[in-house]
Structures are given as C-alpha cells and as structure tokens.
Design a protein around this ligand. Structure first.
Ligand code: UD1
Ligand code: MG
Length: 455
C-alpha cells in the first residue's frame, strides 16, 4: 500500500509572454488546457488530495481545475514570493496530510504518468526528496542538480546563484519534486530568501531535508517531457510533441495513418482497429471512431465545440470523405457513406445511408439505406430556432432538393430532383416541388435567326 499522496500544482504568477487575454495554463494542447493535461497525468497516481495554487483573481484557472479534477482544492498565493512560498500557500492541505507530497507546475503539460510513477517508486525505495531532472541542451536559466559520486542529490543551485563551474552542469531541475518528509510545511518555512532573486526557493528544500537526515535522489526524464511553455511557439512545439506521441499510440493500437504527421488528434480521440486515416485529417475533441472506418483525405471532424458538447461517433465500416465535415451530434451509422463536401451536424445517419456529395444534413435523421442526392440541404434554421428533418428508411432524395424543416419524408418515398419540400411526404409516395418544365419547340433556332438579321 503506497503512502497517501497530496499533489500540489503551481500555477500562480505565471508570465505574460503568451500575449493573451487567456491565462497561460488555459491555453490548449490537443484540445485540452495545459492545466487539464497536468491534472490528467496526476490522476493515474490516485492522489488523496489535490491542491492547485493560483494567483489572486485567477478564478478562471481555478474553475478549469475543478472542471478537470472535481476534488481539487484551490489555494491563492497572495504575492509571488517564490516556489517555496507558492507551495506554502497550500499549507492547510500540507498540514492536514500525513504521506507523500508531489509538486508540479501547471505549465509543463507533457509530463507522463510513467515518469511520475518512477518518482513515486524512488520515495518507496527510501528517498525523502526526489527531484525530476533532465539533461538540458541549453541549461541556461535552469537550476542545476549537484550530485555526489554515488549519484545522490546534494543540492539544487539556481542559475543566478551558480558559480561558473556549476553552470557547466547540464543536469537540470525540471521543477517536479516529490517529498516523503515529516512536517513538510515546517521544513519549507525554514527556507530563506538570501539569494540572487530574493525569492523563497523550493529547491532549497533539498539541502534542508538532507541536513535533517533524509536522502535525496534524482529521477531523470527526457528534456521534451518537461518542456515548460512560456510563449506560443513553445505551445506549438508542445502540440507537435503531443501529436507525435498520440499518432504512434493510435498506430500501435491498430489504426493505419498513411501520412501520420498530417493527422491531428485530440486528447480524447477514440480510434478502433483497422481504421484507415488518409492524409490531412483534423479530429477535434469528442470523437469516437469505431473499427474498420475509413476517413479519406482532408476531413474535419469535431464532436465538441464550445458549449456544444454532444460528441460524435462514426460507427463500424463507415466511409467518410474526402473533404467531409462532421460536427457535434453527428452519429454516423454502420457502413454509412458521407462523401465530398458533405456537412453533418446534430443528425443521425442510420446504417447504410448515403450522402455522397455536396449536402448539409443538420438536425435530422436519415433512415437506414436512404440516399441523399447531391446538393440536398436540410433547411433547419429559420433565423430563430432549429427544426428537425426526418428522412425515412430507404427513401430517395433527388439532387438539389431543399427539405424545409420541420418536415418528414416517409419510408421508401421519392423526392424529385430540385424540389423544395415544405410538407410531409407519405411513405412510398413521390413528391415533386418545383416549377413544371415548359418546352417550346424550335424556339432557340427562331431566336438565333432574329438576332442574326439585326446584326
Ligand atoms: C524553477 C526552479 C528551477 C527549475 C525551473 C524549471 C526554483 C527556485 N527554481 O525556476 O530550479 O530549473 O523552475 O523550469 O524553484 N510559481 C508560483 N509562485 C511563485 C513562483 C513561481 O506559483 O511565487 C510557479 C510558477 O507559476 C511556475 C513555477 O512555479 O509554474 C516555476 O516558477 P518560475 O518562476 O518559472 O521558476 P524558475 O525561475 O523558472
Ligand atoms: Mg520558469
């Protein structure tokens, strides 16, 4: 039985280099906020308590914390006085907790649960303090990990306080730390601010814990995993890393991605086996793709967008695209075909239904094996409200028809091409709603002759 765990996520006093009205940790990677990613990685360790430290007025960050992890407790660090002070903002949580404590940053979204588990294991093996370190390509700015001959951690020296010799060290502090010490809050209160920045450094806890007789250890991960996001170019870099990881996972689980680097997935994308995804496909949040689905090139598929959280499912054997757009609430049935320039929103397409070209299917149902002709539009919106269109099983809607909702096409009915359908059509009937054709024999020849004479 591992000791109970308290995780503290620091998100106070974050920089402004995102140049944004949105707080840094609420910027998204793969459709989820950075903070959401961090809280998700933490969840695997099933912490008993989860504390989030925010700055004054960061109510939206606190709200996102609660959305991602309902049990989270929010603490406010009144003033940005350093990382030790930030952890102490959650002193009430620390005091009420006997067990392990892990500290993470809210702007390090690529941390994996595996790495956090390795840190936990190091505590189990007897360390009092475990620091997550990495070999930095350019260590400038990071705290350096000073180790002894046996690889034990002696101290962390902040860049600003380091000697020239210490600055040569490339093993750096990622910021993630784990503690198994009695009375961590009391230990942190002993930290002083006599350093280059005049801040209360959490990193000083290493030397203090050692002087109290605890062992300190380093767990190493890749630099990529602890990439901290400060600006939008780093945000894009993190997105690229996340996507690369997730594509590999999808392929290992049995999906074929023809050009993986051109397929964009979301944090919650579910992909079955023998799914084929062609190049240039964007899959937003809330999408489930069942087995044997084919997504042809250049499709845009989003199940959750803003307040519209309906989600979207593509059932077994369906073929989507090329150039199709699926939106929240689309339920694409077994073996359905959704072809080029077809948009489906909040609509069910039952098994075997087809809409192969140029259509808008919104707020409706297309019954099993029904055929929606090219250019069909479900006229669902009157400027105030959305209305429902129901197309029965086996119905055939001719090309370039407008179905003005609310309206119902019965099972097996036919709609003549170019119709504007405003009244329900009974099962097995034919409805034609267009101007009758008028044909004038010889008219064109006479017209041409008249114009020629005038010339
Ligand atoms: C910190 C570490 C450094 C490490 C680096 C990794 C210390 C003293 N230094 O340095 O060893 O290599 O991170 O990126 O810990 N924060 C607060 N309140 C504060 C100060 C910071 O919540 O008063 C939070 C920030 O939101 C941020 C994190 O703590 O998420 C780190 O703060 P930052 O100022 O970036 O520390 P660094 O100087 O980069
Ligand atoms: Mg930093």
């Amino acid at each position: 039985m591992p000791a109970p765990l308290l995780t503290v996520v620091l998100a106070a006093g974050l920089g402004t280099r995102m140049r944004s009205a949105t707080p840094k940790v609420l910027h998204k990677i793969a459709g989820r906020t950075m903070l959401g990613h961090v809280l998700d990685a933490v969840r695997v360790m099933t912490p008993e308590r989860l504390a989030l430290v925010v700055g004054p007025g960061m109510e939206d960050v606190a709200a996102e914390g609660r959305a991602a992890a309902p049990a989270v407790e929010t603490y406010i660090q009144a003033e940005r006085r350093g990382t030790a002070d930030a952890v102490l903002a959650a002193a009430a949580a620390l005091d009420g907790h006997a067990g392990d404590v892990m500290v993470l940053y809210g702007d390090t979204p690529l941390l994996t649960p595996e790495t956090l588990s390795r840190m936990r294991a190091a505590l189990e093996q007897g360390a009092g303090v475990v620091v997550l370190g990495f070999e930095a390509a350019d260590p400038t700015g990071y705290g350096r990990l000073l180790t002894d001959a046996g690889g034990g951690l002696v101290a962390i020296r902040e860049h600003a306080d380091a000697s020239e010799a210490e600055r040569q060290i490339r093993l750096c502090n990622s910021g993630v730390m784990a503690f198994r010490v009695r009375g961590l809050a009391a230990l942190l209160r002993r930290i002083g601010s006599s350093n280059a920045k005049g801040e209360l450094y959490l990193t000083d806890a290493v030397e203090l814990a050692r002087s109290d007789g605890y062992a300190a250890r380093v767990v190493v991960c890749s630099e990529e995993e602890v990439l901290g996001i400060n600006d939008r170019s780093q945000l894009a870099a993190a997105e690229a890393i996340w996507q690369r990881r997730r594509r590999i996972e999808a392929m290992r689980n049995g999906a074929s991605l023809v050009a993986p680097e051109t397929v964009w997935l979301s944090y919650d994308t579910m992909i079955g086996r023998d799914v084929l995804i062609e190049p240039n496909v964007v899959i937003g949040p809330g999408v489930t793709i069942e087995d044997r689905v084919t997504i042809r090139a250049n499709c845009h598929i989003v199940g959750i967008h803003g307040k519209d959280r309906a989600g979207l499912r593509i059932r077994e054997g369906a073929i989507i695209g090329p150039f199709a757009r699926l939106r929240p609430g689309a339920d694409i049935g077994t073996d359905v075909h959704v072809g080029n320039f077809v948009e489906v929103k909040n609509a069910v397409m039952e098994a075997g239904a087809k809409a192969n070209h140029l259509a808008y299917i919104g707020d409706g149902r297309v019954g099993a094996d029904a055929n929606i002709g090219a250019g069909t539009i479900f006229c669902n919106y009157d400027g105030y409200e959305k209305h429902h269109t129901d197309v029965g099983a086996g119905a055939f809607v001719g090309s370039n028809s407008a179905l003005v909702a609310p309206v119902k096409i019965g099972d097996g009915a036919y709609v003549g091409s170019g119709s504007v359908i405003t009244k329900d059509v009974p099962a097995d009937a034919l409805a034609v709603g267009r101007a009758p054709q008028e044909t004038r024999e010889g008219w064109a020849a006479k017209y041409r002759a008249r114009r020629q004479r005038r010339k």
